[in-house]
Design a protein. Structure first.
Length: 426
């Protein structure tokens, strides 16, 4: 039925029908034959039979369903929508002659509602119009290349998940891009939690049964946060290790490219080591860090890894949760250490962070008119600019005698010295 994104096109029948009475059954078979459709696709049984059948098989392009035996038509239509693939054109029929019901059914996404008993001409016109609707070219903007953004935290607790959820929300709400958010922290992911959603079993099912992954699986497994944003995450039991070679993740990203315009991956840093192929098709890598010595060290290492293993990715560095007072390392010294500019600074705001958690909303949505909100918009603009720019950003090269240890050593020398009686070796 109506849906905000279009999954990968699989093998779908042109027409199915589920009817309650013999007259409708015979009439639909005759008209279906006239239109070149297999008459055996007309089945006995109404709405209940349709929902049961389509829950285990792909839905057709055009679906006719008889609601004569339905006690709650609107609720039953919603149940039908849950098992129908996006784009399915639905014609309903029933015995209730009520204009309010008709309007509610049309608003719920069906194409037409026929009052029983209906004639052959009326049925033929409805099916012809449904076929025209399905085959009509979509009046949408020109197809845009898919954008895949990997969000990587340099340290635990730097707020990479907050940045990932905020970026996905901004892409879907501000740019109106159908967006998928993939949380690859299978056991402790917080993306669904941050939006007050139940994560479901979609991701664990994908890992356990990669062969099931297709467009229909994506549609049913993902949790919708809005009309243009869907999440795939998990809260796997901590006693249950997820054994995978990463093939399931690669297949998921392939399906995302068919079903969405943007994909945001909340990518734990250990996944770079375990599954480096996840970055193969990432257009943009957002490296989230804090202005500390340990984060500087790991930012250097991750930037070096990305340069070697994902040279096609445009890299953006985001310093998150930067306190208004003096940070452990100044921005200038941090940038000198990592040999590049920090693209976006997101200030720390305890009130907004607490409010976002309390409301079950993303940081960007909660902090619309604050400095934090302005920083989130700056990140969105940087991501969109990087996606539109095919040229690689020049990256500084190391001198012959320059090394990772040398960079960290230089940075340590700029930290405030401690009193000798409380000295600590860095």
């Amino acid at each position: 039925m109506n849906a905000p994104w279009k999954p990968g096109v699989g093998q779908r029948d042109t027409f199915h029908a589920f009817v309650c009475d013999d007259h409708s059954f015979d009439l639909l078979r005759a008209v279906a034959s006239e239109m070149g459709w297999p008459p055996e696709k007309v089945n006995k049984g109404g709405m209940r039979n349709a929902v049961q059948s389509l829950s285990i098989t792909a839905s057709p392009q055009i679906l006719f369903v008889d609601m004569s035996e339905s006690g709650d038509p609107l609720n039953d239509i919603n149940s039908l929508a849950e098992v129908c693939e996006p784009g399915t054109v639905v014609i309903a029929a029933g015995q209730v002659n009520d204009v309010r019901l008709y309007r509610d059914l049309i608003a719920s996404g069906i194409q037409d509602y026929l009052l029983k008993p209906f004639g052959a001409d009326q049925l033929r016109d409805a099916l012809t119009q449904a076929q025209a609707v399905f085959l009509a070219p979509r009046e949408t903007a020109p197809e845009r290349p898919h954008c895949t953004v990997a969000v990587i935290g340099t340290r635990g607790g730097v707020g990479a998940s907050s940045i990932a959820t905020s970026l996905a929300w901004l892409l879907s709400e501000k740019k109106k891009r159908p967006t998928a958010l993939l949380d690859l922290d299978v056991h402790f992911g917080t993306n669904a939690l941050a939006m007050d959603l139940e994560p479901g079993r979609g991701l664990t099912d994908a890992i356990e049964n990669p062969s099931r992954i297709d467009g229909l699986f994506i549609e049913r497994a993902m949790v919708r946060a809005s009309d243009t944003l869907a999440i795939l995450s998990a809260e796997a039991p901590i006693s249950q290790p997820m054994m995978t070679d990463g093939g399931a993740f690669y297949q998921l990203l392939e399906e995302f490219r068919l079903a969405f315009e943007c994909s945001v991956i909340d990518l734990p840093r250990n996944m770079l080591i375990q599954h480096p192929h996840l970055m193969t098709d990432a257009n943009i890598a957002v490296v989230v860090t804090e202005l500390t010595l340990a984060a500087a060290r790991d930012t250097i290492r991750i930037l070096s890894w990305l340069k070697t293993n994902a040279p096609q990715s445009r890299v953006l560095v985001v310093a998150n949760r930067v306190h208004p007072g003096a940070p452990e390392i100044s921005r200038k010294d941090f940038e000198q250490s990592i040999e590049r500019k920090v693209d976006v600074i997101v200030p720390f705001d305890l009130r907004i962070s607490a409010q976002a958690a309390k409301l079950g909303k993303t940081l960007a949505e909660t902090a619309k008119s604050s400095k934090v909100g302005a920083s989130c918009i700056a990140l969105l603009d940087a991501v969109m600019g990087a996606a539109a720019d095919d040229d690689e950003t020049p990256r500084p090269t190391r001198g012959k005698g320059d090394s990772l240890l040398g960079k960290i050593g230089d940075l340590k020398s700029k930290l405030p010295t401690r009193r000798k009686d409380k000295a600590a070796v860095l």
